[in-house]
Design a binder for this molecule. Structure first.
Ligand code: TYD
Length: 207
């Protein structure tokens, strides 16, 4: 059956505020009578949440970039099969906190120069792009402080440090130029309500 719902992703560097925006839009859609689910990567299904722990905890050298690509893709495949596609088929809007663009930027550009490996594995195992992507752009110095202050125990990627976050930011901005039809760069240096107000007319022009 062809997927009918809309698949929306939120992307950005660590601590950019994308998870807050995904949550706000989930509430906004529900309040306006639209069926939607809020999900995240790595994770979003039972198996993928198990894989998540392997990826976000522990020291920076725990995995090579190549192994990370395999783990993120394994988690994504399970998430797609069990959570995303069934919801789209039910006609629901899927709001997803990170998706394949994160692998393109984190593993494909910032951790290592492995974009072609990421792309090959994506077309082999995932083969699905979001309908719309919001890239929350943020000064890495500010977002890193915010991210580490959370003390979540999931800081493996934050622990790569500021130059890594700067590379990520350029990677996301380059990605927005590569996929201009679906990517919108949003200024994240605003209050949550201010960022929400930037996204809302793009996501729901009818409301
Ligand atoms: P996330 O829970 O979104 O962290 P945060 O809320 O701090 O942004 O994602 C966990 C980490 O995994 C994050 O540092 C980004 C990283 N990541 C990748 O490196 N590649 C990927 O494909 C994905 C989905 C996430």
């Amino acid at each position: 059956m062809a997927a009918r719902g809309r698949f929306i992703t939120f992307e950005g560097i660590d601590g950019s505020g994308k998870s807050t925006q995904a949550r706000l839009f989930h509430k906004f859609l529900r309040d306006n009578g639209y069926a939607s689910i809020l999900t995240r990567e790595p994770g979003g299904s039972v198996g993928a949440e198990d894989i998540r722990k392997l990826l976000v905890e522990g020291d920076t050298g725990r995995w090579s970039p190549e192994t990370e690509i395999l783990l993120f893709t394994a988690a994504r495949r399970d998430h797609l099969e069990r959570t995303i596609l069934p919801a789209l088929e039910r006609g629901e809007t899927v709001l997803c906190d990170r998706f394949a663009d994160s692998t393109r930027v984190y593993q494909g550009a910032a951790r290592a120069d492995l974009r072609s490996v990421v792309d090959q594995l994506h077309s082999l195992m995932i083969g699905r792009e979001p309908d719309m992507t919001f890239i929350i752009d943020m000064d890495p110095e500010k977002s890193l402080t915010r991210g580490l202050a959370r003390n979540s125990g999931e800081d493996r990627f934050e622990d790569f440090g500021l130059p890594f976050q700067q590379k990520l930011r350029s990677g996301f901005l380059a990605l927005a130029q590569e996929f201009p039809d679906r990517c919108h760069v949003i200024n994240g240096q605003d209050t949550p309500a201010g960022v929400h107000a930037q996204i809302r007319p793009l996501l729901m022009p009818e409301l």
